[in-house]
Design a protein around this ligand. Structure first.
Ligand SMILES: Nc1ncnc2c1ncn2[C@@H]1O[C@H](COP(=O)(O)OP(=O)(O)OP(=O)(O)O)[C@@H](O)[C@H]1O
Ligand SMILES: [Mg+2]
Length: 363
């Protein structure tokens, strides 16, 4: 899976432009505001039908325009065209044929994005991390995505019912709640076991990258802390239902439950300390970069496909030795696009890339 080129129309600062990419390392150079992040965003749209910068697609339409179009060509897919029209929504075409179900498209063009917004992930609220990994795992498993959609829908209904009971001052565990919980429990189990297995694989990869690029043996971990657990489905469901009965009073007061897959915690640690409180800016950044590379390897292991990497502002905050080791490694990836404000940024760090080993794109 290799991206060959992109044409962009009426997208952020671009009226009409295009870029050609090569396998391996592509470096997008340009001053602040030249549109580097926008190019990555446009590519991300075609891979996942959404932005990584905003939940509102129309925000990416160039000011005073009515729509945007991003047309990409991939070596083994052909043309993938994504467009958004104000008040009419989005459209994805694969070789000019509309893709009807976006959930079927997710994972076809796997992509790993590194953006400045990821700094929030290191600091992150539990919900942010759950969402983050749910998105990742949804790209590798349709079953997971389906279970997640069903679970989220049911949970919303159940929480609405908790609110209804709160309004009525009714604090009993009734048949309606039991029906919700009996449907939610097995779905929650499915999500929990899947996550547990995936985190096991991801952790192995993460540790390898850390060791390889940092060269020191620093313990790092993604800690998955489920709010309910169980060795078997029966045990999990039993624990889930017992917890749900036990907490019914406080759930109705809060108007939401606090147990189950929708409330599991995920923590990032470095030297057995939380990344959030115990790491410097650069250490956090490096941790997240290694996570992204681990995700790529994870993808390859479970789907057989190597994703395209879009790394925005990769080198900022990293010292020379980390930057150097990183650049050495990413040169071996199938395809990666990184952004930088100018070439001297890389040269200033004493890093010289061998000519021909990378593709420079000036914006
Ligand atoms: N909807 C829009 N229509 C027109 N221009 C926009 C729109 N949204 C953002 N811009 C402008 O697009 C320009 C490019 O933004 P972008 O974030 O891609 O730049 P960048 O090259 O990544 O900059 P930096 O080096 O600071 O990260 C900015 O000047 C921004 O104001
Ligand atoms: Mg930018």
């Amino acid at each position: 899976m290799l991206l060959e080129n992109v044409s962009i129309r009426h997208f952020r600062c671009f009226t009409e432009t295009g870029f050609v990419f090569k396998p391996g390392l592509n470096i997008l150079f340009g001053p602040n505001g030249s549109g580097k992040t926008s190019v990555l965003e446009a590519l991300f749209f075609t891979c996942l039908t959404r932005s990584f910068r905003t939940p509102r697609d129309v925000e990416a339409i160039q000011w005073k325009k009515e729509n945007f179009t991003v047309k990409t060509t991939w070596n083994d897919y052909g043309d993938v065209t994504f467009s958004v029209v104000k008040n009419r929504g989005k459209k994805l075409l694969l070789n000019n044929v509309p893709v009807e179900k976006y959930s079927d498209w997710i994972g076809q063009l796997p992509v790993i994005i590194l953006s400045p917004e990821d700094a929030e992930l290191a600091m992150g609220a539990p919900q942010l991390k759950r969402q983050y990994f749910d998105r990742l795992f949804s790209q590798t498993s349709h079953d997971y995505l389906k279970a997640l959609i069903r679970y989220t829908r049911l949970l919303k209904q159940k929480n609405a019912y908790l609110k209804f009971k709160n309004d009525k001052n009714s604090y009993t565990y009734d048949v309606q709640l039991e029906t919700y919980e009996e449907q939610l429990a097995p779905l929650s189990w499915k999500i929990y076991t899947f996550r547990k297995d995936q985190f096991f694989i991801l952790n192995e990869k993460l540790k390898n990258f850390f060791k390889y690029i940092d060269t020191r043996d620093i313990p790092v971990n993604i800690e998955y802390k489920p709010s309910v657990s169980g060795k078997s489905k029966e045990e999990y469901v039993e624990n889930y239902l017992a917890e749900s009965r036990k907490s019914i009073h406080s759930d109705i007061i809060l108007k939401r439950s606090v147990k189950g897959a929708g409330y599991d915690r995920i923590d990032f640690t470095r030297k057995n300390e939380s990344l959030k409180t115990g790491a410097s800016q650069g250490e956090k950044k490096f941790w997240i970069v290694c996570l992204k590379l681990a995700e790529g390897e994870y993808f390859k292991t479970v789907t057989g496909k190597e994703p395209i990497f879009l790394f925005d502002d990769l080198l900022s905050e990293l010292d020379i030795s980390h930057a150097k080791n990183l650049l050495d490694y990413i040169g071996s990836l199938q395809q990666i696009i990184i952004t930088s404000t100018d070439l001297s940024d890389i040269r200033r760090q004493g890093i010289s890339l061998s000519p021909g080993s990378f593709n420079i794109i000036d914006i």
